[in-house]
Design a protein around this ligand. Sequence first.
Ligand SMILES: *Cc1c(COP(=O)(O)O)cnc(C)c1O
Length: 377
Amino acid sequence: MHTVRPNDLHIEDACVVGGASGYLTIDLGALSRNYELLAGMAAPGKAAAVVKADAYGLGAERVSRTLYARGCRHFFVAQFIEATRLRPALSHDARIFVLNGLQPGNEDVCAYENIVPVINSMDQWRNWNRTARRLGRQLPAVVQFDTGMSRLGLPPEERPLLDEALAHGSDVDILFMMSHLASADDGDSAQNGEQLEEFRKIATEYPGYDLSFANSGGLFLGAPYRGTLARPGIALYGGSLSGARNPTEAVVRLDVAIVQTRTVPGGTKVGYGGAHVTTRETRLATIAAGYADGLPRSLSDRGAVYFDGVRLPIVGRVSMDSITIDVSALPESAIGLGSLVEVIGPNRTLDDIAEEAGTISYEILTQLGNRYHRQYR
Ligand SMILES: *Cc1c(COP(=O)(O)O)cnc(C)c1O
């Protein structure tokens, strides 16, 4: 397995494996420790892993198998296609849940592939129940309730229909009831308490079922939010929920190669639109990643990368395939063609980048491109 080349490497030796533009390093040890930490917080309940969007861009198969080895048995994806892709990678006793629910036409594959739909509407309930009847066996499901997000799940007015269906006896085996928090990343939001109250009401209406409520943020809101199965996503991957309260470890590191360096006098335009003009003699380097590699254009003239702990500001606009940085703070001999700079790492966290780009860590992670050499540690 390849490791990230040290920054003090001889320049002529530097080249990225497979002609890639940089190294995206995913620390499976840190991922495992994050899972154990979150599972500890979820106790006595269990902790699932949310691995939708290819495990937030980090590789659903690798991530899921790693967490399975740590005892995780509940995996949530968003789309049905993600479930069918992930199914062969996990043993039969791992449950795969589809958050976006059951689309008409997917019922049979869902049943045969041992995938569990999250039932979000009574239409979906009826289709699943009919499939169970036709196949002559009970089929598992999770029922999701909308407690105030207006996105997915049974709205309050559909509950009487569920009552009726349950009263008539059904062929759907409800594994647990769930709902999702809209503002869990903000511990001060009144919406958290409102949703908790509504979910408790539902739990009273349908006694005896296991309950799943907390995403990463929910786990940090305290015991009442935890339920019997927590569903952390971003905290597994080292993304922050609300600044300082995040005790998880970084999982991702991104190092990108320099493809050219130059020294320009003051008054020189840099990049598209000449949006940046140097104010003095400046040493520039161009790195091999841009917005097509998941580094948002909103980082233009704002963000920075690091080399050996030295901050190197982004100058000019972020291009599709490259970014120009000011490397004047480094001795001229320190870097050159092929050197690697730290784009995400100990000096520039995922959350730093997200904040500078005016977005959230989720979006940065899920957009990281496929032109990097991915390595798992
Ligand atoms: C994405 C998602 C999660 C995970 O959320 P994080 O904030 O990443 O922990 C949990 N539950 C549902 C329903 C989701 O859509």
